[in-house]
Design a binder for this molecule. Structure first.
Ligand code: ATP
Length: 333
């Protein structure tokens, strides 16, 4: 049976629609049958309809096989944070690797950050105790900690990675990160084929800058994962090269790590590489490994040859770069 995968496409704001159009162009060229349907969300949608995430868009995301997302601006919390919650997407997976042809300090960098997506300080529980005193509650639960640890170890095993590093601050946050660390240690015992390492977030941040090649899969809580994954993006040449997947038991949403980049929006300048890599991650999620490999390899060849947008030193527009990726795919098929 070869029925088309129903995919909800939410391009959003800024450069979102441009990079998503490039991603769809590449996905269509793989020959994998997709049925893409576009839905509104984000700042423009809110301005036009009064809702940043219309009910129809949410229901379509829930009913689809997967969601392709671009970027949302000021309404990001109402759109992407809500989508992650509604889709039960508890794992945020952010692969970061260096590309031949892109200037970077550590060409050996090839790591994956698995970030817990549902709790920590991002639970959004803030209170004004008295005027001038505000608290933010950091929520860490055993259930979510086991779940993300298991996900990270299984991901490492499935993707032939050899080591998992858990990143925490349990020497200070003794109860919350103490619990997270205990869960990771227990799960590590179930995966004796993988090396396991523990690191304090401050020391890991330094080590990532000095020797990122020491890291393979990193599993961590929401806030630390957010910060470390942008740091990782900086190591390999910037946000235009970093894809991410939000994965749960029943749903998946793929989005570039970058945001709306309003200064370059609408000019055809946005680098589509992160979005195209999101497309490859979607193909892997669907079990279309050959097609995913073909997209990844074609993108690497394109970047190697300097067929890139301005941020990587090339002169191509967003769509021209996607067309080059398609040509590379066809050349090697
Ligand atoms: P937002 O408020 O939506 O997060 P932002 O511009 O503050 O938008 P990003 O979109 O993450 O944050 O981008 C930060 C900068 O990185 C941009 O100004 C742009 O120069 C660069 N950038 C991000 N994504 C890309 C891309 N795909 N191609 C080229 N440059 C990019």
């Amino acid at each position: 049976m070869n029925s088309a995968y129903p995919i909800a496409v939410i391009p959003g704001d800024g450069i979102g629609p441009e990079v998503v159009a490039a991603e769809l162009k590449v996905l269509e060229a793989t020959g994998v049958p997709f049925e893409f349907t576009t839905y509104p969300a984000g700042d423009t949608c809110e301005a036009e309809t009064g809702r940043a995430l219309p009910e129809e868009t949410l229901q379509a995301a829930l009913a689809s096989k997967a969601v392709i997302f671009g970027a949302a601006g000021n309404t990001a919390a109402d759109v992407i944070l809500r989508l992650r919650v509604e889709l039960g997407a508890f794992a945020n997976v952010r692969p970061t690797r260096a590309f031949p042809g892109v200037a970077c300090l550590f060409p050996q960098t090839d790591l994956v950050i698995v970030r817990e997506n549902s709790e920590c300080l991002y639970a959004g529980i803030e209170n004004t105790i008295v005027p001038g005193v505000v608290t933010a509650t950091r929520v860490i639960t055993e259930r979510a900690s086991y779940r993300i640890a298991r996900y990270a170890f299984q991901y490492a095993r499935d993707n032939r990675r050899s080591k998992v590093t858990t990143v925490h601050k349990a020497n200070v946050l003794r109860k919350s990160d103490g619990l997270f660390l205990r869960c990771c240690r227990q799960v590590a015992d179930e995966f004796s084929d993988l090396a396991f390492e523990e690191g304090l977030v401050d020391s890991v941040a330094m080590r990532m800058v000095l020797s990122p090649e020491d890291f393979d899969v990193i599993v961590t809580t929401n806030l630390f994962g957010d910060i470390l994954s942008d740091l990782a993006a900086g190591l390999v040449g910037g946000l235009g090269l970093c894809p991410s997947a939000n994965l749960g038991d029943h749903h998946a949403l793929f989005e570039p790590v970058h945001g709306t980049a309003p200064r370059i929006a609408g000019k055809g300048l946005a680098n589509p590489a992160a979005a195209i890599m999101c497309g490859a991650m979607l193909l892997r999620y669907l079990g279309r490994i050959e097609a995913a490999d073909s997209v990844d390899k074609a993108l690497v060849r394109c970047i190697e040859k300097g067929r890139t947008t301005y941020d990587l030193g090339g002169g191509l527009s967003t769509m021209e770069m996607a067309e080059h990726v398609v040509r590379e795919m066809q050349r090697s098929s």
